[in-house]
Design a protein around this ligand. Sequence first.
Ligand code: UGA
Length: 470
Amino acid sequence: MMKIKKICCVGAGFVGGPTMAVIASQCPEIKVYVVDHNKEKIKLWNHSNLDKLPVFEPGLKEIIAKTRNKNLFFSSDVDKYIIESEMIFLAVNTPTKQSGEGKGMAADLTNIEKCAKTISEVANQDKIIIEKSTLPVRTAEKLKQILNSKNNDIKFEILSNPEFLAEGTAIKDLFKSDRVLIGSEDTESAKEAVEKLCEIYERWIPKEKILLTNIWSSELSKLASNAFLAQRISSINSLSAFCEKTGAKIQEVASAVGKDIRIGDKFLNASIGFGGSCFKKDILNLVYLSNYYGLNEVGEYWHQVVKINDYQKSRFVKKILESLKNRIVNSKIVLMGWSFKKNTNDSRESASIFLANELIKKGANIIVIDPLSNISKIKNDLVDFMQGEDFEDYSSNEFKDKIQFSTSYFEASKNADAIIISTEYDEFKNYNWKKLYSIVTKPALIFDGRILLDRNKIEKIGFNLYQIGN
Ligand code: UGA
């Protein structure tokens, strides 16, 4: 089999960029090309100012500085580098389908299928094709059909090699992966392809952490891993509602439960609900696939994870509306946190978008504080959300004027009727809450969706504090 001298990754996003940067840093003799049709994005990856990279991840710019234009290249000439490379990673996005069969549930495979079609059209030598994107189980079958549609002698080996990195810790996760998963068919040529991929990872990942499975297991394991993580959050969030009725405290329960090493203490932080681009999308995809295979009970089981997440967000809004009662119209509400978790500027599926929308619909004015966001991003997020929800009776402009952004938490909080904590930024803890108390409208209300604040301290100042699960 061919020697790997050139690798191409289609998709210069959150997964493709950091993953290829790490591969390039560990394999100096291999040329790594990250390609994307989006010229703007490629321009930013090539920007001389490394603070302008399109993905913010701690440690990323240092690696880019060392590898870029040495053996790591970013280009919008997709065909050229597909032709030249022996190994091609597919790291394009697979959002939830917005129309047609499976609308709102299934993964939209348009991008990945387009990639396969391009490869099939331009390839003039055998290639290893690697699924990096999160995909429905049995996608490799579909890819194979497309890749082989040209009926020539070129052979494609398809491997599944899902990514498990989380935003904000991508580089750390890539270097210290809990596992690298490689799924393949059970043929000699597939095993050779697996060997080639292992040779790359083994430069920095201990051999025992590289798991080899069949291709469908690998595809399913990615969906299953995200489903398990999300399920833990929904489990603890469901019990947070229980705690509020009974006087139990969710953090104490989480700590007691998590001490059992069979359960473990990670991912048991009760919250306003999980966000991010993956959990909801992947679980809905799992639900869709379960139903597709006639496994309706299985589908229903996993669907409940998303339903509890929605319930958690709605419950939180209801609490705010009940507390503000008839003061909600024209009220001023400070929303602390816009991103879906701390240390990222990503706001996809953030609970803050849902909250802002619900409160504005009831007549509130929202002012957002977030260290990594800005007003145009916030407005765009809201308009996108509104359109997705079909709020036909809203004109965008009217809606958009109800939201503002501030870089001063003090200015923002003057005469505020309520403060909401939606993202777990540490700096919110260190705000001068005494000073804030003196300038907000009384009764001074705080709704802490992340159990971030110290209850004793905050209540002593005089605030009425609602915390999830307490
Ligand atoms: C997630 C997975 O953690 C990664 O392993 C996976 O590779 C990635 O999706 C993906 O498929 O691309 P990510 O979405 O970046 O990573 O973020 P997480 O750290 O998993 O957080 C997701 C959401 O859950 C956030 O809103 C976070 O605040 C929330 N969360 C997390 C909680 O509410 N409670 C917790 O205890 C943990």
